[in-house]
Design a protein around this ligand. Structure first.
Ligand code: ATP
Ligand code: MG
Ligand code: MG
Ligand code: MG
Length: 461
């Protein structure tokens, strides 16, 4: 039956509360006690120390709907947005947690009962995966739950979950929903699994280990449970649509975006990117991030500029992105009153960034289009990527995003060389020589440095 996103969120929290779980509010997108993580990327982040046995709570079962951003670090979906039906930079992850309380049998049963009884989903639409080593989970699914072996498979790394390169981790079991044969895609583990037909909706993780910086896995003090279900994905299922972008809460955002950039093309990929990005950008600003040249602030700047570029592509005549905050506050302000309280401030931050980037965007796009039009081969030279970055404030991933639309890629090695040369020139010139490495203040964001090392040098506009 049809349920709104808000109703689903409430039903989830209510169900787990009835099963003895404390309802815990979403924590900030900036992990409070964790220097290893760029942004909160899962519901378990605020409970990391509880899993590790370093923090005690008054409860041993909890449930939450956690705001998450996956736009950097180990879980990075920025490149997926607009290309898949299921990925956002910002999304809400609903979860239930056991801190040394129940383990596999209850965790699996809770998830199954919630989906098949509370949500009323047909059992034959649900597909299950477990870690190949997890005979216990396999037995529970097949014998206790009675899942059809046809819709069951054992996988490897997809069924081992980690928060980041270090921290709590363990084998998991995942539940997929079959959106029907008219959609392209194969079941989990098959060659076409990345299509949009079989969509992963829920991950139930059996937290058993802590991975330390040297790669060692030590058992946690008490086996625990951490689960995550994307609100937008289960909403798509409950609302009988095949893409997250067709659910209730995206409708007003897409409409507002279409009006703001004056396009009629409601199905455009760029419009979805904009509707996605206004959520991550607004929520990051709510949680205290501002656009800057490094670290988290640079990730925010990159997302804002990507959104601006997509608006520009659709023909936006001036600053438009900040006008979408109102629609977002109207849509999500009830669940997140901070959005309403901070609406003016979010708009100001975005508008300023739009005005700043407007000065160079057209010229940068002009240069890039020229290069693309006269390009031989399929690789945009590193020199161009560097010039766009250095002179026009184009983060390399933005240039890559444009390139992808022409089925081109970037010479990142050449880009890095050009960057290195500039560093040397600056040093040779003496005086105000900038050592970009010195400026790399990522506040200990270790996994982020590995992935985004290039863009992290940003010193632009
Ligand atoms: P996928 O394989 O689809 O990328 P995942 O395995 O990376 O998902 P998990 O880390 O297991 O995702 O997160 C738990 C749940 O959170 C997923 O089952 C999904 O419902 C939801 N989720 C994960 N990433 C996203 C995203 N980028 N946008 C929306 N929902 C997401
Ligand atoms: Mg993923
Ligand atoms: Mg997955
Ligand atoms: Mg998963």
């Amino acid at each position: 039956k049809y349920m709104t996103s808000a109703e689903i969120r409430q039903a989830f929290l209510d169900y787990f509360n009835q099963q003895g779980h404390e309802i815990v509010a979403s924590s900030s997108l900036i992990p409070g006690n964790d220097a290893t993580l760029l942004f909160t990327n899962a519901g378990m982040v605020q409970f990391k120390d509880v899993f590790l046995g370093e923090d005690k709570r008054s409860y041993s079962r909890a449930t939450s709907s956690q705001r998450c951003v996956r736009a950097g670090g180990k879980h990075n979906d920025l490149e997926n947005v607009g290309y898949t039906a299921r990925h956002h930079t910002f999304f809400e992850m609903m979860g239930n947690f056991s801190f040394g309380d129940y383990f596999k049998p209850d965790a699996i049963r809770f998830a199954w009962v919630f989906l098949t009884e509370v949500m009323g989903l047909p059992k034959d639409k649900l597909w299950i995966t477990v870690h190949h080593s997890d005979a216990e989970a396999e037995r529970i699914w097949k014998e206790d739950i009675g899942v059809d072996p046809e819709r069951f498979s054992k996988l490897d790394e997809d069924n081992f979950w980690s928060m980041g390169d270090t921290g709590p981790c363990g084998p998991c079991t995942e539940i997929f929903f079959d959106h029907g044969e008219e959609i392209f895609g194969g079941p989990p583990g098959s060659p076409d699994e990345d299509g949009d037909r079989y969509i992963e909706i829920w991950n139930v993780v059996f937290m058993q280990y802590n991975r330390t910086a040297d790669g060692q896995m030590t058992p946690l003090p008490r086996p625990s449970v951490d689960t995550g279900m994307g609100l937008e994905r289960i909403a798509a299922v409950m609302q009988n649509v095949h893409s997250n972008y067709e659910i209730d809460l995206f409708q007003s955002l897409l409409k507002a975006a279409a009006i703001a950039v004056q396009t009629q093309d409601m199905d455009s990929k760029s419009l979805r990117v904009i509707a996605d990005h206004i959520r991550s950008c607004s929520f990051l600003i709510v949680d205290g991030v501002t656009p800057s040249k490094e670290g988290r602030g640079y990730v925010l700047r990159r997302i804002i500029r990507r959104a601006i570029r997509h608006g520009n592509k659709l023909g936006a005549k001036g600053p438009f992105f900040h006008t979408l905050v109102a629609a977002l506050a109207a849509e999500m302000g009830e669940a997140y009153p901070e959005l309403i309280k901070m609406q003016d401030q979010i708009e100001r931050v975005l508008l300023k960034e739009e005005q700043q980037f407007a000065k160079t965007l057209d010229h940068g796009m002009g240069l890039l289009t020229e290069v693309i039009n006269s390009l031989e081969g399929s690789i945009i030279p590193g020199e161009t990527v560097f010039k766009l970055y250095d002179t026009y404030g184009f983060p390399a991933d933005l240039t890559a995003d444009v390139a992808r639309e022409y089925e081109l890629t970037l010479d990142m090695e050449g880009f890095e060389q050009a960057m290195q040369q500039q560093r040397e020139r600056a040093r040779a010139a003496g005086g105000f020589a900038v050592d970009y490495n010195d400026k790399l203040d990522l506040s200990g964001v270790t996994d982020f440095i590995g992935y985004d090392n290039l863009e992290a040098h940003a010193d632009v506009v």
